[in-house]
Every structure is written in structure tokens, then in C-alpha cells.
Design a protein around this ligand. Structure first.
Ligand code: ATP
Ligand code: MG
Length: 184
């Protein structure tokens, strides 16, 4: 079950480029928001995660994996050394990239990135800003930042690029709003 109790999504304000800004008070909340996204993510969706070390990119991916229906015992960690981790067993496969070690997008060729994109799967890319030119036009970009003065607070600034991602964002927003109505 998704648990978004007591969590408030705020409209984009300070982040002018963002379509939606979410405040997550702790790791549990970040996972819960990500889980709700995972529930609606269509095949072929690409989610780009941007943020410093420890910002919560992997934590977000863990929640998203749950939302896709991967079993709780399936470990989801940063594939920093292998660059890609493949997770089967959910509604659609999850291809989890961590491109921290790539210098630029030319390294994507070696890991057959385009072949993963062509599959009916969910693709998540940690450190996506390192390979911007290699990313598909249609994508969700989620930038995680540390909230000031709160060790466990994070701000998630979300941008939907392209038609499919805009539809996904609308559905995700509706899911969050429904949940908040049910758990004010
Ligand atoms: N609101 C929050 N959202 C996400 N993680 C949080 C939050 N508050 C605290 N944390 C903690 O911060 C850490 C985030 O680590 P995580 O591995 O997800 O970051 P990352 O962005 O993937 O880092 P890396 O760049 O090293 O891969 C975890 O220990 C998590 O429990
Ligand atoms: Mg990580």
C-alpha cells in the first residue's frame, strides 16, 4: 500500500523550471511518492534522477520498484560499478542505471543504452545529468535536493518533457491528490 500520509505536494513556486515540487520529510516519504509513480509508469517510460551524493536517488528507485510490483525482498542498490541492474518480476521490467562513472554520453554506447530504451520497460537513470545529450526527448526529470536545516528533508523538483511524460505526471499528480484527500 502506498503511504503518503501527512505529505503535502506543493505547486512549483521557487523552482520556475519545475512542473511540480514535492517536499519529502524523510526517506519513507520519498519512497512512498516514488511508489505511487511506479504504480502508473507505462512501458517505455524514462525517469532521470539528478542530485548530489546521498540526495536520495537510489531511495527513490527503491520505492518506484515497489510500485512496479517488484517483491520487497528484491534488493535495489546503486549499480555504480556495473552501471546497470535489471530487475524482473514486476508489472514491467525495471532497468536501473547509475552513470556516475561515465564521463559523458559517449559511454552509453558501450552499455547498449538505446537497446534498453527500446524495450517495454521502465528505465531509471541516476546521475542522468552526466549524459544529457544521450537521453530521449520524452522523459521525466526529477531533481532531488537537500532541504535546508533538515537532515532528512528533500525537495523533489519534477519536470515532464514530452507528451508521454506529461501524461504520466498528470496521473501521478492526481494519485497524490487523491491520497491527500483520503489522508488529510
Ligand atoms: N527524505 C529523504 N529522501 C531520501 N533519502 C533520505 C531522506 N532522508 C534521509 N535519507 C537518507 O539519505 C540517504 C540517501 O541515499 P541514496 O543512496 O538514496 O542516495 P543517492 O542519491 O542514490 O546517492 P549516490 O549518488 O551515492 O548513489 C539514505 O541513507 C536515506 O535513508
Ligand atoms: Mg544511488
Amino acid at each position: 500500500m502506498t503511504q503518503l500520509d501527512g505529505v503535502k505536494a506543493c505547486p512549483a513556486g521557487r523552482h520556475e523550471a519545475a512542473d511540480l515540487v514535492i517536499a519529502a520529510g524523510d526517506a519513507h516519504e520519498t519512497r512512498a511518492y516514488a511508489e505511487s509513480l511506479g504504480q502508473i509508469l507505462p512501458p517505455g517510460a524514462v525517469v532521470c534522477l539528478i542530485g548530489n551524493l546521498g540526495a536520495g536517488k537510489t531511495t527513490f528507485t527503491q520505492g518506484l520498484a515497489r510500485g512496479l510490483g517488484l517483491p520487497p525482498e528484491e534488493p535495489v542498490n546503486s549499480p555504480t560499478f556495473t552501471l546497470i541492474a535489471e530487475h524482473a518480476g514486476g508489472r514491467i521490467p525495471l532497468y536501473h542505471f547509475d552513470v556516475y562513472r561515465l564521463d559523458d554520453e559517449s559511454g552509453l554506447y558501450d552499455i547498449a543504452f538505446d537497446e534498453y530504451l527500446a524495450e517495454a520497460a521502465a528505465v531509471v537513470i541516476e546521475w542522468a545529468d552526466k549524459v544529457t545529450a544521450g537521453l530521449p526527448d520524452d522523459r521525466l526529470e526529477i531533481t532531488l535536493a537537500f532541504a535546508s536545516g533538515d537532515e532528512n528533508g528533500r525537495e523533489l523538483a519534477i519536470r515532464a518533457l514530452g507528451e508521454q511524460s506529461r501524461r504520466v505526471l498528470d496521473q501521478w499528480r492526481a494519485l497524490i491528490a487523491d491520497h491527500e484527500k483520503a489522508h488529510p
